[in-house]
Design a binder for this molecule. Structure first.
Ligand SMILES: [Zn+2]
Ligand SMILES: [Zn+2]
Length: 571
């Protein structure tokens, strides 16, 4: 599950063209598309398992649960590290070429990357066409790396989101059309909505996701995915909007960045860092556009990261848990959001008189900056890390094809890590009625009164991370909560019955650790998930992550991993 594994795979993999983008015509993807439709069917079926009718009075059990599983556990051959949020010189606020970003990501152990420049009028008009050949060239140069063409969509009325498409003859035109019709900035420039953050854009967000789903079902492209980025950075993504996206396009809108990029931004000025908020989560509540429920209280602030993860993911019983308690898929990832990287020596190819600020007039006029220039002096104000350097989204896949990586993202076969805190983790959940069991993203069942056994096998870090030390995992939390079905109030943002079920202390410092927990006499449907930490920075309760301090958060001294959930239906 580490980069070493992927290198081993690469060396034993004879077919070096598996990542190849041959720009096949649509007909050549027929078989893949058939497989995809089956995958989508499975996802739709999983979604339809959510309770639709009224539960018996007092029952928290989902009455429509079925005696079936999705995603039965099997030994996946590949654990592929990736990053679905990377910027280039085609973003108004970034500067590196596609080739440079891919080269660095490959050096830092990534198997797959999604290039996601910001949507916008000049990007839509110029950049999509300009970057397409660059991405194709990078695929030829880095043949063992999957390089997806995507977009950082300005979700109308909300934050940003990654849109991922596979290599395909229609990818370029679908991205361009999607951006023209549904990007918040493009719509605002065209005076179709008040501005990118205003609520009159919200219907365009839902329509955009449905439009993407239509492109898949009608066979224009074989697959499309959306993951919301930095969800509560400014408090723009209300719970109701997130639910609306998820429910508008199951199988397309799959989750969000559990951990945002820009993880170096919180390094203090006195330590030679940018001295901002970790993840650039340093915004004040916006009285005009932030969702009221995200206003800070005496004890917490949803507009901050906690242990480097977004508040909506990090808070036990918070917004992520309230989505999972509905029994529907919603997955988390961790990415670099690399624009300009901490201590690198490059500045943009077009800068203003101060010698470092990007000259956005050039981007507005051409959709691109000239190649970045090496000034030979490390720049301490940049707040990002190179792709793969700190954050990883590790997917489990049976092969190394583009569509398989996307299907793994769609299925929740995803582990997120920071700073190489672990090499990998394998989750298996079995029951007295399902001895095969499932792994993350999966759904199994147990007859009431039965037993559910959850096991996590962790490969402890076996090598130094890019800060030069071997991280030590100190504890693992098993978190679980009841599945209570769809909420009546779409703004529901807490799942108060979700708790840390058990904290496992880790005493070993190398090799593998296995932790098993048994839920006995199970009466209600529930879900479970794991997270683990180096234990260096914790909340006063000694269990939860602490709120990151704006201006003083060293990301290497506060490392976490998070897994995605498993659902268990009690029937
Ligand atoms: Zn963004
Ligand atoms: Zn971004």
């Amino acid at each position: 599950m580490c980069e070493g594994h992927s290198h081993d795979h690469a060396s034993t993999e004879n077919n070096s063209t598996i990542w190849d983008d041959s720009d096949r015509p649509a007909d050549d993807l027929t078989v893949s598309r058939r497989g995809l439709m089956q995958a989508l069917g499975a996802t739709a079926a999983a979604a339809s398992l959510a309770p639709l009718g009224a539960a018996p009075a007092g029952a928290t059990t989902r009455v429509e649960a079925h005696k079936r599983t999705v995603n039965p556990w099997k030994a996946y051959r590949y654990h592929l590290s990736g990053d679905h949020h990377i910027h280039t010189q085609y973003s108004r606020d970034a500067m590196h070429s596609v080739e440079k970003q891919v080269k660095k990501g490959t050096e830092y152990g990534l198997d797959w990357m999604v290039i996601t420049d910001h949507g916008g009028t000049s990007h839509q008009k110029y950049s999509v066409d300009l970057i397409t050949p660059d991405i194709k060239a990078a695929r030829r140069l880095f043949r063992n790396t999957a390089i997806f063409q995507g977009l950082e969509w300005n979700v109308p009325g909300a934050e940003h989101a990654t849109v991922i498409l596979p290599p395909h003859a229609q990818t370029q035109s679908v991205l361009k059309q999607f951006e023209l019709l549904f990007d918040g900035t493009v719509l605002a420039d065209a005076k179709k909505i008040t501005n990118a953050n205003a609520s009159d854009g919200e219907p365009f967000a839902v329509a955009g996701l449905k439009w993407l789903a239509d492109q898949v079902t009608s066979g224009v492209v074989p697959m499309a995915l959306m993951f919301a980025n930095h969800p509560t950075r400014k408090g723009l993504d209300s719970p109701a909007e997130v639910r609306a996206w998820r429910d508008a396009a199951p199988g397309i809108a799959m989750g969000w960045e559990g951990a945002p990029g820009h993880q170096a931004a919180g390094i203090s000025a006195k330590s030679g860092g940018p001295g901002s908020g970790r993840g650039y989560y340093n915004s004040a509540f916006d009285e005009k556009y932030s969702y009221a429920g995200y206003r800070a209280t005496a004890t917490e602030n949803p507009l901050r990261t906690y242990g480097g993860f977004d508040w909506a993911t990090a808070r036990v019983g918070g917004l992520w848990d309230s989505l999972l308690a509905e029994g529907k898929p919603w997955w988390i990832t961790a990415n670099s959001d690399s624009h300009q990287n901490f201590l690198e020596t490059f500045v943009g190819g077009n800068v203003t008189a101060d010698g470092i600020t990007l000259d956005s007039a050039v981007h507005a006029a051409t959709g691109k900056y000239a190649n970045a220039i090496d000034k030979g002096v490390p720049i301490t104000s940049y707040g990002d890390y190179w792709p793969g350097y700190y954050s990883r989204t590790v997917v489990s896949a049976g092969d190394r094809s583009y569509l398989t990586v996307m299907k793994a993202l769609q299925a929740g076969l995803i582990l997120t890590t920071h700073g190489g805190i672990i090499d990998g983790a394998d989750i298996r959940v079995t029951t007295t009625d399902d001895v095969v069991g499932v792994t993350t993203g999966g759904r199994t069942f147990v007859n009431k009164g039965g037993t559910v056994t959850a096991t996590i096998t962790i490969d402890l870090a076996s090598r130094a991370n890019y800060a030069g030390f071997i991280p030590l995992l100190k504890k693992v939390d098993l978190i679980s909560g009841p599945i209570t079905g769809p909420v009546k109030d779409q703004q529901t943002m807490f799942a108060p019955n979700t708790t840390v079920q058990k904290t496992f202390e880790v005493s070993k410092t190398s090799g593998q650790v296995v932790f098993t927990y048994t839920y006995k006499n199970v009466g209600d449907s529930f879900y479970l998930r794991y997270r683990g930490s180096d234990g260096k920075v914790l909340a006063p309760n000694g269990v939860d992550p602490a709120m990151d301090v704006v201006g003083d958060s060293d990301p290497w001294k506060d490392l976490w991993f998070y897994t995605n959930p498993v659902f268990i239906d009690a029937i």
